[in-house]
Design a protein around this ligand. Structure first.
Ligand code: ZN
Length: 98
């Protein structure tokens, strides 16, 4: 994947960018969607397919195996530098499905 700041190649998102020093592991992560399984796995692989790091934040409910109502919600988070791009991708995806 490429650095969202300077577009140089990042071999490992867990290390700072060699060119501009952007450190994605220290970046603020923003929640770009809140969804329920199994959509979380679909979104995760979609975002990863664009080379964008993604984290799933499971609510307490799904940790306990209760995927009912708001407790089963999963929050999708990406580094803030990617948030705008991911929102565009998701909007385009939603368009395709409708
Ligand atoms: Zn960079």
């Amino acid at each position: 994947m490429n650095c969202p700041e300077c577009d140089s190649n990042l071999y490992d998102v867990n290390h700072p960018c060699p060119k501009c020093g952007l450190d994605l592991s220290r970046s603020a992560w923003v929640v770009i969607a809140t969804i329920t399984p199994p959509e979380d796995a679909v979104l995760e692989s979609l975002i990863q397919s664009f080379g964008i790091p993604v984290r799933l934040i499971h609510s307490v409910g799904s940790v306990l195996g209760l995927a009912i109502g708001p407790l089963g919600e999963v929050k999708i988070a990406v580094p803030e530098q990617y948030a705008a791009r991911v929102r565009q991708l998701l909007a385009a995806e939603a368009e395709e499905r409708s």
